[in-house]
Design a binder for this molecule. Structure first.
Ligand code: ASP
Ligand code: MG
Length: 408
């Protein structure tokens, strides 16, 4: 195999239409002219996956997952064939493969399949013939030749796994953004592009709301040390490098600020302050598959206490129903839910060694008279639950307080 081999992944926005596809093809051509052998991974164009899902649910509100995979995989299949055609139009010899043809073998968990191995022979044979190989992202096949998909955003995972399987351990992820920013640049006008970010920081940013890369792809990249370069299809500029932290990488206290509106708060009032009751409540919820996140129990003065926690918004109704029943059985009071909340978080590996991050964040919120309803921390992040309509203001205030913006 030639020394220079590269994996380039183009997301849904980069192949949204013929013009974008042509831009992507020109990027591939650029690498080709520099003597690279190239594997391209594509997502379905634009909102195709959402539209296919909508269609399925319209026909059958409880669609079977095998058929969902059959259906959703077509989005990327169309995309890879069109990309091969676009490349051929640019004079680049290209061939497209579905995930199955590309040798991506997964387990049998439809819609959330895990890659078990990649049989690279077919890809390598085409590369040897000097062809650009375009692979449909987000999909694979089981050992029994059933088509599977890798979870939403799974084309990132395809790219990372291919970079590992082809032993290049580097891939470029193209989209319409120039990289990862210290905060959403649509909201914070002087947000700055991050040059290098550690896997753990990126994972926190992703899971806390900055939807740039699929979480699982980051976990796999971290495990196998695959360096990811997130960059723009519009500008030939260095974007953000996601990689393992090295000693020389600056341990900034706060790398970025992110937020999301995916959770709701549930409060159970007047819970008797007796051992075992919290256990009953949260055991019941976990048995029903409800993912509880932040939990706060207020101090009890008269031997009763209020307990609040957050759950994904999509689970509010189920949660309230379950919790009301428990509340009755343990002699607790009313149960409330609040969907008008959001989570704002600061992320940075430097927090491990620099004290005072929480204080600074709370001060920034206080300076805008924003009330903190709940707090949680991990070793590299601090999150607060606040009113949803204060999120943007909070984002700007915290970003400024930590001096993360570009100087103008
Ligand atoms: N098309 C799939 C999705 O929308 C996979 C991807 O875009 O990476 O989730
Ligand atoms: Mg994506």
């Amino acid at each position: 195999m030639a020394k220079k081999l590269i994996v380039l992944k183009f997301g849904g926005t980069s192949v949204a239409n013929a013009r974008r596809r042509k831009m992507a093809a020109q990027i591939v051509l650029g690498y080709k002219n520099k003597g690279y052998k190239i594997v391209v991974v594509v997502s379905a164009s634009g909102d195709t996956t959402d539209e296919l899902l909508r269609l399925a649910h319209k026909i059958n509100p409880r669609p079977c997952e095998r058929e969902i995979d059959m259906l959703l995989s077509t989005g990327e299949q169309i995309s890879c064939a069109l990309m091969a055609l676009a490349l051929q139009r640019q004079g680049v010899d290209a061939v497209s493969f579905t995930g199955a043809q590309g040798g991506i073998i997964t387990d049998t968990s439809h819609t959330q399949a895990r890659i078990i191995k990649i049989e690279t022979e077919r890809i390598l044979a085409q590369l040897k013939k000097n062809k650009v190989v375009v692979i449909a992202g987000f999909q694979g096949r089981t050992e029994d030749s059933e088509i599977t998909t890798l979870g939403r955003g799974g084309s990132d995972l395809t790219a990372v796994a291919l970079a590992k399987a082809l032993a290049i351990n580097y891939c470029e992820i193209y989209s319409d953004i120039e990289g990862i920013y210290t905060a959403d640049p649509h909201i914070v006008s002087n947000a700055s592009k991050i040059d290098v970010i550690d896997y753990d920081e990126m994972l926190e940013m992703a899971s806390l709301g900055a939807q740039v890369m699929q979480d699982r792809s980051l976990e796999v990249a971290k495990k196998f040390n695959v360096i990811i370069h997130v960059r723009s299809i519009f500008k030939d500029l260095r974007g953000t490098i996601i990689k393992r932290r090295e000693k020389d990488m600056e341990e900034v206290m706060v790398r970025g600020v992110s937020f999301n509106e995916k959770e709701a708060k549930i409060t159970i009032c007047d819970v008797p302050d007796k051992p075992g009751l919290a256990g009953r409540i949260f055991t019941a919820l976990s048995e029903k598959g409800i993912n509880v996140d932040m939990i706060v129990q207020n101090i009890s003065r008269k031997r009763i206490t209020d307990i609040s926690f957050t759950v994904p918004k999509s689970m509010v109704q189920r949660t309230v129903k379950i919790v009301r029943a428990i509340s009755r059985s343990i002699g607790a009071g009313a149960v409330f839910s609040n969907v008008n909340i959001g989570r704002i978080s600061v992320v940075g590996v430097g927090m491990r060694t620099h004290p005072g991050v929480a204080a600074k964040m709370f001060e920034a919120l206080a300076s805008r008279r924003i009330n903190i309803e709940m707090i949680s921390t991990s070793d590299i992040s601090i999150s607060c639950i606040i009113k949803k309509d204060k999120l943007k203001e909070a984002l700007r205030a915290i970003h400024k307080r930590f001096d993360l913006g570009t100087k103008k």
